[in-house]
Design a protein around this ligand. Structure first.
Ligand code: ADP
Ligand code: MG
Length: 677
């Protein structure tokens, strides 16, 4: 029943069906899971004599229509006056500008009206908000109860949704339970059937809370069950390349660590240990290395790749942009070529198809997976700074006949609640120790009036200290990818800054430039041939230029805090004090930005973002099906923990095959997850 298509809804027009589909309401279940945005309580059923007592309140009257009168007022407004008789008098109901009422309401009909009581002079009338014909055997749908109000998108009214949903509920009578009955009892959950009835036809607020809790529980539970099952399946897959380490392995790793120009932090050591442990196992690693910007993830990845080299196998390293791929290739080369490891670059502009098979480590962009690149001998894949955390990549890898050990890295801090649910399939290593010698970046929100002063100060700093500056232009629209509009904006900014800084060398960087050009600009900036780099947020991730100590972010209010943090992480990478200046065009955003200015830990910023903007904005989850949580929230750690236990218990106790409904929903989650690009 639940999976019945809305195309089969009785007495429903083709247009309505089309509109439902447009809102991704494709099945009866989708309809039943449509959350009301609020409720109006019309459950007070009163009679004519009670009107004065209920002045300004919502209530319902009902009776036989005795007259319906169109009235033309002196202004443009038309009035439709309906009079009904109930058991102790008459009630007048006035519609404004709704002439079609005259065709729907006729003398002699029995009708209930819900609305607000209004006083006009000494008279009380009901200003109707909804009505329906009443009679024996006709269910109450639009009046006389607590009514759900739905978001009125795409021409679908609350009235229509109420009608369709109630009809499904009435026809279904009993809806099959999706969860084991024992779980309902142990977690004090309403049965699904009762939940849907309550959500759309609540008797009281308390019951409604229980219904919402049940639906939140189910969403979190299903999501966690899904990620846990993926994790379990992943462990059943055999590696395409089993690693066998030589006896000298531990010693060589230790030596490689000693050869670094710095000591690893405790967190870095732990992460290396976690990874090496995984690499020795017969099941594929699926680990997530999470560490704030500049926390030193690259070197951890390099040591892991070295370990794989010692076992005689290849590593694939995928960076999000070509610039980063180039930078990482250099870093890897610096660390690993003295140890006899060969590092090769494989990007759109660097293709060296004859040589690539000889490299021990191939570094490229995420596009590597869709290219003709040969995966032979690859045992380890590292995915750097990826928002989509590898599920898609895993599917792609498998298409290439490759099941490697997988390490995904991100600087996006993930609150624990999100990690447990959305990323439950991954093992986590976290770098949270700050690197020695790093000073927190001094961050200021700058009022427009001080803009000139800021520019003057920058000129002085460049002259005296030879420092370098990033100027980041805002996203023109909200989408994550760069549009031509953003490019235009950054070009314009570049031109006006040339007039402000005539004595300095300026560089321009945006995503629509050819990679050769980008490379040149980055090389010039790295070599301090460019003092001020004007850029879109393409510099967001990973770029490492220690001499750049000042950053200006224009239109700072347009960025999420996590993203601002990523941007800010491009400076403060040396031992000099760094400064970040935020320009904002709207004063309203100041609370967020001030919080950002005084907060240096990514995880705190991420928690703030999660509270203020929801997960969609943080992770680009909004287009992501399984993040469409309609009832649950990531800010409920108690329920998240409870559902986590429930998911573990389910896996230990039940077979998904006995719960077809749950199984279907999990399939939907997993399918969406893999197919979305
Ligand atoms: P991210 O985690 O953002 O990828 P990187 O790996 O780019 O950070 O590291 C940032 C900088 O810190 C690099 O220049 C790197 O050489 C340096 N670094 C890494 N680990 C340490 C350490 N333990 N002590 C000092 N510097 C380090
Ligand atoms: Mg990095």
């Amino acid at each position: 029943m639940l999976h019945t298509s809305v195309d089969l809804l009785p007495r429903t027009s083709g247009l309505t069906k089309k509109r439902l589909h447009a809102l991704s309401i494709n099945t009866y279940e989708d309809l039943l899971r449509t959350p009301p945005i609020r409720y109006e309580d019309y459950s007070h059923k009163i009679t004519a004599s009670q009107l004065p007592q209920f002045d300004q309140q919502k209530c319902t009257v009902e009776g036989e229509i005795v007259s319906v009168m169109p009235i033309q007022t002196r202004s443009r407004i038309t009035l439709q006056k309906v009079r009904i008789r109930d058991r102790d008098g008459f009630v007048e109901i006035s519609f404004f500008n709704q002439p079609y009422i005259l065709t729907q309401l006729k003398r002699g009909m029995n009708v209930a009206f819900s609305g607000t009581v209004k006083q006009f002079g000494s008279k009380y009338t009901l200003q109707p908000e909804t009505f329906e014909a009443v009679g024996p055997g006709i269910p109450r749908i639009q009046t006389g109860r607590i009514l759900p109000i739905y978001s009125q998108a795409k021409g679908l009214t609350s009235r229509l949704l109420r009608e369709k949903i109630t009809n499904i509920l009435i026809a279904a009578k009993q809806i099959d339970e999706s969860l084991p009955t024992e779980m309902l009892a142990s977690h004090e959950l309403l049965p699904l059937s009762e939940t849907f009835f309550t959500l759309h036809r609540p008797e009281n607020g308390e019951r409604l809370q229980q219904a919402k809790r049940r639906l939140s529980f189910e969403e979190l539970f299903t999501l966690q069950l899904s990620t846990k099952l993926i994790k379990k399946q992943w462990k059943d897959i055999t590696l395409t390349e089993q690693l066998h380490f030589p006896a000298t392995f531990e010693k060589k790793i230790e030596e490689s660590i000693k050869s670094l120009p710095f000591d690893l932090t405790a967190d870095q050591r732990n992460a290396v240990r976690d990874i090496l442990k995984d690499l020795k196992k017969e099941i594929p690693m699926n680990r997530f290395l999470q560490g704030d910007v500049g926390s030193g993830k690259t070197v951890v990845a390099a040591i892991a790749a070295y370990a794989v080299f010692l076992a005689g196998k290849k590593t694939l390293y995928m960076a999000p942009t070509e610039i980063l791929a180039q930078q990482h290739a250099k870093t890897f080369e610096k660390i690993l070529s003295p140890l006899g490891v060969s590092v090769g670059l494989e990007t759109g502009s660097h293709k060296d198809s004859k040589k690539k098979k000889q490299y021990d480590i191939v570094i490229g962009t995420h596009a590597l997976l869709s290219s003709s690149f040969s995966a032979e001998g690859v045992a380890f894949v590292i995915v750097d700074e990826q928002h989509r955390f590898g599920v898609k990549q895993r599917a792609r890898l498998r298409q290439k006949g490759l099941t490697p050990h997988l390490l995904t890295m991100t600087a996006t801090p993930i609150p624990r609640t999100v990690a447990l649910t959305a990323f439950g399939e991954l093992d986590m290593s976290v770098l949270s120790t700050t690197l020695p010698g790093r000073k927190p970046i001094k961050t200021f929100v700058i009022p427009q009036a001080k803009r000139k002063d800021a520019y003057e100060w920058i000129k002085k700093e460049i002259r005296e200290k030879k420092i370098q500056v990033f100027i980041i232009c805002p996203l023109v629209d909200e989408s994550e990818s760069e549009t031509m509009q953003s490019v235009k904006a950054v070009k314009k900014e570049y031109e006006s800054l040339q007039a402000i800084f005539p004595a300095f060398s300026l560089g321009l960087l945006h995503g629509k430039m050819k990679s050769k050009e980008k490379e040149q600009v980055m090389a010039d900036f790295a070599a301090n041939k460019i003092s001020i780099l004007i850029s879109t947020s393409v510099v967001e991730v990973g770029i490492d230029i220690p001499n750049a100590t000042v950053m200006i972010i224009e239109g700072a209010e347009r960025f999420g805090l996590a993203q601002l943090h990523q941007l800010r992480g491009r400076i403060g990478r040396g031992t000099e004090q760094s400064y970040c200046y935020l320009f904002s065009s709207t004063p309203q955003s100041s609370a967020r930005l001030s919080f950002f200015a005084k907060t240096h830990r990514g995880i705190q910023l991420a928690e703030y973002d999660l509270q203020e903007r929801g997960p969609g904005n943080m992770y680009g989850f909004d287009q992501h099906g399984f993040m469409n949580m309609r009832f649950a929230s990531f800010s409920d750690p108690k329920l998240i923990e409870e559902t986590q236990h429930a998911a573990n218990h389910f896996i230990d106790t039940y077979s998904l095959d006995d719960y077809p409904y749950l199984k279907q929903n999990i399939n939907v989650i997993q399918r969406e997850d893999v197919s979305k690009d």
